[in-house]
Write a protein that binds this ligand. Sequence first.
Ligand code: ATP
Length: 453
Amino acid sequence: MSDKVAMEKIVSLCKRRGFVFPSSEIYGGLASCWDYGPMGVELKRNIKDAWWKAMVQERNDVIGIDTSIMMHPGVWKASGHIDNFTDPLVECKSCHLRWRADEIASDKPRTCTKCGGELTEPRMFNLMFKTFMGPVEEEASTIYLRPETAQGMFVNFENATTTSRKRLPLGIAQIGKSFRNEITPGNFIFRTREFEHMELEYFVKPGTDEAWFDYWVKERFNWYLKLGIAKENLRLRQHGKDELAHYAKDCYDIECLFPMGWSELEGIANRSDYDLTQHAKHSGKDLRYYDAESGERYVPYVIEPSAGVDRSLLAFLIDAYHEEMVEEETRVVLRLHPSLAPMKVAVLPLSRNEKLTPLAKEVYRQLCPNFMTCYDDSQSIGRRYRRQDEIGTPFCVTIDFQSLEDNQVTIRERDSLAQIRVPIKELEQTLQAKLKGERFDATALWATRQKSQ
Ligand code: ATP
């Protein structure tokens, strides 16, 4: 289970199998920056697609948007980020190491853990990255890289509601990069300074906000369950009153059991009418919504489920990682939900033999328009199966000498290790059915994991 998987194993698998590499590695890397390799990019896309499908495609009450990373500086003044988006920073007076003051245990002497030096008093440090727009580096041209995508939805509230001709309750969803100059990034891709957000701003009539808040907490929790994360590795935690952000009326974190312990995976906040009220005040635009049914005008309340793509990816990897004994060897297998698996099918000729290659390539060509498919004919078939297990490929299709005679191939299943023989002309249909099939609902996935413990 995930609480037994050391982060080093995940980092090593990610490097070995092309999920995640240190950024600028040939220059020694750049602290807390990571690049997604060929498998990582597919997994990331699949996570974003699953989110978009559940949050936009399958709902008539949510529309999508894609706003710019650089926004008018007035946005950040109105949102409170310029004044409040800060963490308390302390620094060692002798070795200059820095920490978030709130991460240092209050019952310990406040000295540097590295050199024992004296620490400075905490000072507030703004987490937004600053840069300059245009050729002149002066105060007036200062702009910020967005620390969240949410403000793009608030400032487009009017555009989005009028052009979509939809009534409240209405959500605006966005996936995109955010930047935070975190004081202490770390734990691999858990906390980085550049990451991707998946955020929904769901606008509702005041008074209905608490019911919608409960709805979204449940909805988001179930999203992770449906994608296979084991129930015992997820929990909800309500924020205490002293912990709530300045705009929030209520907030729950969905927490996941990461190798370093229970930590936030996603936050769901009731942001009240704070954001639209602030933007109306600072922009001078009336952002009230006209409710045609009741004839009222009001500032909507906003429920915000805010998730991180990179942190979800880490959670899915940790949860999927399993080691088990097969034929007296340790098999590392990623039991990823098939919709998330980077590759759905691997086509593997039994050996690199001139008689087998043409048929194997033909099978590959048939499958790749419909599934992310890889072709591998190097090394022994056993080692190739292990490689596919490590990247979580649900199905391997093996072409052997018998295939040349009977036009049948073997499908080997990642989880059960069962092998079935099917005619090549039925292969695509069989794989489609298996990928969509019942056996891959989360309950079945958990059952196979349990058996393999
Ligand atoms: P934390 O308390 O971990 O700093 P937060 O409460 O500030 O996070 P939110 O602003 O609620 O985070 O962002 C929502 C989600 O975005 C988080 O649950 C997480 O998945 C992701 N996220 C936030 N900051 C980072 C980061 N620095 N690196 C990676 N993902 C992040």
